[in-house]
Ligand binder design. Structure first.
Ligand code: ZN
Length: 91
């Protein structure tokens, strides 16, 4: 697996997490997000969003609605991560 493919997958992953936050909780998107989390060490250790995304998948996309504040906290986290990635790539 090349680094480029991993980075590209991470961008897609973050975009699809954003879709889940926007209520686009279709099964295909959930499956891709879960598969990427299982396969990608970067998103687990660097981005650190695994726990929040798992919570999102098990709540918002499940029978229960998301706890208040989870959506906002995860959006802040993703926005910070994406901003950092763009900044690092722009150096
Ligand atoms: Zn990733």
């Amino acid at each position: 697996m090349s680094k480029d493919i991993t980075e590209s997958g991470c961008a897609t992953f973050l975009a699809e997490v954003w879709l889940l936050l926007d209520g686009e909780c279709d099964e295909a998107t959930q499956n891709r997000v879960e598969a990427h989390m299982h396969a990608c060490a970067d998103c687990l250790s660097v981005y650190g969003v695994e726990e929040k995304v798992k919570l999102l998948l098990s709540t918002k996309c499940g029978p229960e609605s998301a706890p208040a504040g989870l959506r906002e906290r995860l959006q802040v986290e993703i926005r910070r991560t994406v901003t950092r990635v763009e900044y690092e790539r722009g150096e």
